[in-house]
Design a protein. Structure first.
Length: 291
């Protein structure tokens, strides 16, 4: 029963990683860019949720929606200001820009509000349910449920809406999509908006789950979400979901075995193993390239 409980906790944590990883994999699938500033979008979402609950007295769901909206706008601004002009530049230029933008956001937030951590307010009543001997908190159930709903909604948007079809077309061949009348700039901005909104939701979930947030909080979860995206297959949306869940379960199992100090290292050990033995990820396929 204890292992079942740890599995449920791992899936709840993994759903947070999955929401962040979706932003990485969507952006990479469209413009082949690893947006290393995505962890800072996650951090901004956590702080927007914090101020909405603690400062403005909003409930959990209004704060969640506000955080997602703010992060969506923030993601579009990041794409418009930092990445659009580098779309045809070398990969290394875009990568350096992403790292620099990440540091810029971190230290602007520190300059504005200071570096001290904040305790997340109790936006949800945390009850414990005993189901066949397994202790499950209501917060874990809610985080997992809302995360699943958001992932299903993302799948609906990608496969059943006009903007989703445009995103898949641009991902497949940007030039051909432009010739077919698709507004590539709008489609890429929409991709950044959706991915950033999911990261904002993950930030609120993280604050509720761990009860402490601070301006540098996006570094480790952002890197772990990147590992989750690579694990599932970078650029593949179902892969990011599965990769996040697997990573969360692995971390929880490592902690349950008494190696809690190794839980962060476990993610990067997985990354090394994936790059060595299956670089394309769980759902990825090896593609031939003409030289």
């Amino acid at each position: 029963m204890e292992w079942i409980q740890q599995l449920i906790n791992g899936i709840s944590l993994g759903s947070i990683y999955a929401l962040i990883a979706l932003g990485y994999t969507m952006v990479y699938g469209i413009i082949k860019l690893i947006n290393f500033a995505h962890g800072e979008v996650f951090m901004i979402g956590a702080f927007v949720g914090f101020y909405a609950i603690a400062g403005w007295g909003l409930g959990f769901f209004p704060a969640l929606i506000l955080a997602m909206a703010v992060c969506a706008v923030f993601g579009v601004l990041i794409e418009r200001i930092a990445y659009r002009r580098l779309r045809n530049a070398s990969r290394i230029a875009a990568l350096i820009t992403a790292i620099g933008l990440s540091l810029l956001i971190q230290y602007v937030v520190i300059y504005v509000r200071g570096a001290q951590p904040e305790a997340y307010p109790d936006a949800l009543s945390n009850k414990t349910f005993d189901i066949f001997g397994v202790q499950i908190s209501s917060q874990s159930i809610l985080i997992l449920s809302v995360s699943i709903v958001l992932m299903i909604l993302l799948q609906f948007i990608v496969h059943r809406t006009k903007i989703g079809k445009a995103m898949r077309a641009v991902s497949h061949d940007m030039d051909a999509a432009r010739l077919m009348g698709i507004n590539v700039n709008t489609t890429i901005s929409a991709t950044f908006a959706i991915g950033s909104a999911l990261a904002g939701a993950a930030g609120v979930f993280f604050g509720v789950y761990y009860t402490k947030i601070e301006p540098l909080m996006g570094i480790i979860p952002g890197l772990k979400a990147f590992v989750a995206a690579v694990l599932g297959g970078i650029g593949i949306i179902p892969g990011a979901m599965v990769g996040g869940l697997v990573l969360g379960v692995v971390e929880t199992v490592v902690s349950a075995l008494g190696y809690s100090l190794w839980r962060d290292a476990a993610a990067f050990i997985i990354l090394i193993l994936i790059l060595l033995f299956r670089p394309s990820g769980i759902f990825g396929k090896n593609a031939r390239e003409k030289v």
